[in-house]
Design a protein around this ligand. Structure first.
Ligand SMILES: [Cu+2]
Length: 246
């Protein structure tokens, strides 16, 4: 029911979600107003000009006011949608001054590597990483209520880092350093996926985002330390532990 009210959007789990939510709902309202207006005019014309004689109706060669109206109206509609899109985009892309958590995310055929830049985290004291393979869906842990910066990189093809519950995604482009900030504000497990058709096993590029309390987050990072997954992992070497091909 809630999802119906959000017109299909998933349950939101980030501070940036309301901007996209409002843009989404507003765009549907605009479309509904235009749709109802057009259908209403069609209905009105059908009823108003109904006749039962066969005489040719009066023929107009042109109607200047009407032509100006239907030339300008689409521009005005698009202009208004464009304006609100820019506002939402700016709000979503705004960076925080100093993120609480920094993640280096590597997209690789066909999974993800998550580097936790946690050297300054007193509970861990060093960088740690985890990585998925085509057969093992990786887990990404984030502390609730903390700002996170995602730095995205790829060394093979273009992927796209997408957590639907954050209402946000960003392309992962080889040779480019895309990044975005977000504050997860709801505990739970959320689906993550690659949103760029990157190749044969694109559909395998899933991951799970665990938004947890700070204690649980630190405890998870310590399990990575215990597993020896310290330092920085660049990607493929971890994705293909059996030396499989890309
Ligand atoms: Cu991909």
């Amino acid at each position: 029911m809630g999802q119906l009210k959000r017109l299909g959007l998933p349950e939101a789990a980030s501070d940036r979600a309301p901007f996209i939510h409002d843009l989404w709902i507003g765009t549907w309202i605009t479309a509904a107003v235009v749709g109802v207006g057009v259908w209403g005019l069609i209905g009105w014309v059908v009823v108003r000009y109904r006749t039962n004689h066969n005489k040719m109706p009066r023929q107009n060669r042109y109607n200047l006011p009407l032509e100006i109206f239907y030339t300008l109206a689409p521009f005005i509609i698009i202009g208004v949608l464009f304006y609100y899109t820019i506002l939402a985009q700016t709000a979503v892309q705004t960076k925080v001054d100093k993120p609480d958590v920094t993640m280096e995310i590597v997209g690789q055929k066909w999974s993800w590597t998550f580097n936790y830049k946690s050297a300054e985290n007193p509970a861990v004291g060093q960088d740690v990483w985890s990585a998925g393979t085509i057969n093992k869906t990786p887990d990404l842990y984030l502390p609730v209520g903390k700002s996170v910066r995602f730095n995205l990189s790829s060394f093979d093809v273009i992927h796209s880092f997408w957590v639907p519950a954050f209402y946000e995604k960003l392309d992962v482009v080889p040779g480019r350093h895309n990044s975005f900030d977000v504050t997860p504000n709801k505990e739970g497990v959320f689906a993550g996926k690659c949103a760029e058709l990157c190749g044969t096993y694109h559909s395998a590029m899933l991951f799970n985002v665990h938004v947890v309390s700070e204690d649980e987050y630190n405890a998870y990072l310590k399990t990575l330390v215990a597993a020896g997954q310290t330092g920085e992992a660049k990607g493929a070497a971890n994705a293909y532990p059996q030396g499989g091909s890309r």
